[in-house]
Design a protein around this ligand. Structure first.
Ligand code: AVJ
Length: 319
């Protein structure tokens, strides 16, 4: 529910109205569910950074390995003079790896978090002093007007981290089509997609022994308490990560360990023992399922790279 030029609407109490609406709606459904995008307040973003360094969380290392070891190949397939448009750039550590492999003419980081965006754009500009950087504060789920400076350049969309996996297929297809509309005919997309593997490896990646992912998940409930006047008893919720084989995804839930009642934004909610709030889907792909998704989104996959242990894929597709 974004209107006009502001990206975040705040009500008279300074509460993000979209956060409140998603939480109240999500807690009212038979299977309680809150969109995963709300994990990423300052604490959640910091916990996610910690997750990427965990021994069990292989995706970041696997994708970094591909970017590092296949550098020459990217250089050959992505022409010099390309404008690299990164969707949801955040604090991306992977970007310099890619930019160092190709000979880009511009870098356009797109992110909804303006402060974060400008800080990481500055850091990148310092690392690549000759590269023009045009940060755009935008919600990449919607079509974005790219800066006029890059309109004449060939474009490469960069969407690492298997973030596409957080969306159910219809949302993922909508996003891929929106990206195509943003980048235009003839553009390319380099997208990270995590692979289906032994469920034990998958569940360990989302339920680490140090409990960082548990803290990441529980922070969502704490954030609701902090920002929406919530009284959720955090100590009565437990982090659950389970593999849903039918839908090829890891699901994260917050499970009530006893019957609880609480208030959020002056509305009352209850959970019975064992009932859950579904907080995240992380879809995993096969070569075929990733190709099908890309094709449905208007992209033709052309090149496919895996890390040595074949856990993660990077796909280069054409619009
Ligand atoms: C960065 C959104 C792709 O799904 O693997 C990590 C988020 N959640 N551990 C993922 C996440 C739990 C991550 N994404």
């Amino acid at each position: 529910a974004r209107k006009g030029l502001t990206l975040v609407n705040l009500d008279s109490d300074g509460v993000d109205t979209a956060f409140r609406a998603d939480v109240l709606q999500g807690l009212s459904e038979p299977q309680k569910a809150i969109p995963a995008r709300w994990f990423y307040d300052d604490i959640g973003s910091d916990l996610f950074e910690q997750i990427t360094g965990l021994p069990e969380y292989y995706p970041t290392r696997a994708e970094t390995e591909i970017l590092t070891e296949r550098c020459d190949e990217f250089g050959g397939l992505i022409g010099p003079g390309t404008a690299v448009v990164e969707f949801g750039s955040g604090s991306s550590v992977k970007t310099p790896l890619l930019l160092g492999c190709i000979d880009p003419a511009a870098y356009v980081p797109l992110d909804i978090a303006g402060d974060f965006l400008r800080a990481s754009a500055d850091a990148l500009a310092a690392q690549f002093p000759n590269l023009p950087v045009f940060p755009v504060e935008a919600d990449f789920m919607r079509q974005v007007q790219l800066p006029a400076d890059v309109t004449a350049m060939p474009k490469l969309g960069f969407f690492p981290g298997s973030t596409i996996g957080n969306m159910v297929a219809r949302t993922a297809v909508d996003l891929l089509r929106t990206m195509r509309a943003t980048l235009g005919e003839g553009s390319q997309l380099l997208i990270g997609m995590d692979l289906i593997k032994d469920p034990k490896v998958l569940t360990a990646a989302y339920d680490d022994s140090q409990g960082v992912t548990a803290r990441f998940n529980l922070n969502l409930a704490a954030r609701i308490n902090r920002e929406l006047g919530g009284t959720i008893p955090i100590e009565d919720l437990r982090h659950v990560a389970r593999w849903n084989d039918e839908f090829a995804r890891i699901e994260m839930h917050l499970e009530a360990t006893r019957t609880i009642e609480f208030v959020v934004s002056a509305r009352r909610f209850a959970m019975t023992e064992g009932e859950t709030i579904h907080t995240e889907n992380s879809h995993k792909f096969s070569r075929r399922s990733s190709n099908t998704l890309l094709l449905a989104g208007g992209w033709t996959p052309r090149h496919w790279w895996l890390d040595r242990q074949e856990r993660f894929s990077l796909v280069l597709a054409d619009a």
